[in-house]
Design a protein around this ligand. Sequence first.
Ligand code: B12
Length: 209
Amino acid sequence: MIADDVFKSYFDSLISGKRNDCRIIVDGLMTDHYSVEEIYSDLFQRSLYQVGEYWERNLISVATEHMATAITENLMILLQPAIFTTERVGKKAVIATVAGEYHQVGAKMVADIFEMNGWDGFFLGGNTPGNELIRFIDENKPDVIGLSLTIYFNFPVLISGIKQIRHYFDDTPLIVGGQAFRWGVKPEALSAFKETYYLDSIGALNRFF
Ligand code: B12
């Protein structure tokens, strides 16, 4: 667990745009052997959730929220030496957000955790068109497909995306996650689909490793 004072100092630097101060904190945590999962969850995810709260309460502007997200995505690169050194296990995961969904940081973290465990973790970014996802899956034949959903009103797009995937790929395990499930989407909505599971965090990916 990352100490609250470290988190606070990081968060203050993040919303002030002090990129180098953020970098120094992340470097320090890596030197102190905090894991990728801890830095992703207890620093990056926690701070972005707080950025969302500040934005909602009008304490920061949309521009500051964009800046904080851009800084976070850049800082994730610092962890690459810990992510890409693993021996390969010959498995592939394709991770995307559903069409119309621009929140991509969580999906990127998921792809990174697969990479860190020796898989090829293909990350397709935000707003992946359904047909293009199908094509990519067909070309790469992954062992697992992951979809991320943040915004509740994109739920119908998720369901049509899952139907499309299941039409072409009957039994490739499909994992779904993201904050829409904290705000009303019921994981049981996925039970109609074969081999389709809701996972609430990157920690829950351990079942694959
Ligand atoms: C950054 C941000 C944006 C950026 C995203 C840019 C980018 N590069 O991703 C931009 C500016 C595009 C944006 C747009 C919008 N946003 Co926004 N955004 C955020 C913010 C501040 C951070 C998102 C984030 O990266 N979180 C951190 C990641 C790491 O967390 P995570 O996604 O939950 O991922 C973790 C788990 O959920 C899980 N997970 C996620 N996906 C998956 C997938 C699988 C397969 C698995 C296993 C696990 C998993 O693992 C991850 C790691 O633990 C959030 C605040 C928040 N609470 O998150 C608001 C927030 C999500 N946004 C919000 C809103 C309202 C919007 C807009 C509708 C605003 C508008 N009026 O235009 C648009 C919608 C755009 C769209 N159609 O997608 C609201 C949503 C409220 C709600 N109840 O639905 C939030 C909560 C802000 C708020 N407090 O009101 N946003």
